[in-house]
Design a protein around this ligand. Structure first.
Ligand code: ATP
Ligand code: MG
Length: 150
């Protein structure tokens, strides 16, 4: 499933000259498949959009006894500390994204955060300007009954 997902971005990735590496063992993830797909889509699209022309990105999965973490790491334009604090706000776009005339509404990450929350997960982000950004989505392995109420 993951390999296929990644393959659907291969064209965009190669077109931008980005080097992609991944470590994606088959892992079952509980939750709403289409909502979770929205999460991966925005994180992967961001890692491509806000990357450098000769940048790279790495996607990996890490399991613990109770959680599954998906990490999307890029060597892109990065974000300052003040920008980083606002990226999950609706419609927020960092200056560099606007001046680069990258398309986007600034809604992606606010939706991502909502979906992750709905799955009782957590999202972490670290970033350094001009060096890159790393997003980690951590989801509980256990099925979540609350999901039935979405
Ligand atoms: P949309 O996702 O709605 O198409 P968007 O990508 O601009 O638009 P978000 O995904 O919510 O919106 O991201 C918000 C802002 O956070 C982006 O405009 C960009 O400034 C910054 N950002 C997000 N991901 C990255 C990243 N991987 N590297 C650098 N900046 C990022
Ligand atoms: Mg986005």
């Amino acid at each position: 499933q993951w390999k296929e997902l990644i393959r659907s971005y291969q064209w965009l990735i190669s077109e931008k000259g980005i080097m992609l590496s991944y470590s994606l063992p088959d892992t079952e993830i509980y939750g709403d498949p289409s909502l979770l797909n929205t999460v991966w889509d925005n994180l992967l699209t961001n890692a491509i959009k806000y990357n450098q022309a000769d940048g790279s990105m790495d996607v990996s999965i890490h399991k613990t006894a109770t959680t599954v973490s998906i990490k999307v790491e890029d060597t892109g334009i990065g974000l300052s500390q003040t920008e980083l604090e606002r990226i999950f706000e609706r419609f927020y776009r960092a200056d560099s994204s606007r001046t680069r005339t990258m398309e986007g509404t600034g809604l992606g990450l606010s939706i991502v955060a909502t979906i992750v929350q709905l799955h009782n997960g957590q999202i972490q982000v670290t970033s350094k300007e001009k060096e890159g950004t790393t997003f980690i989505v951590e989801l509980p392995i256990e099925p979540k009954e609350d999901l039935q109420h979405i």
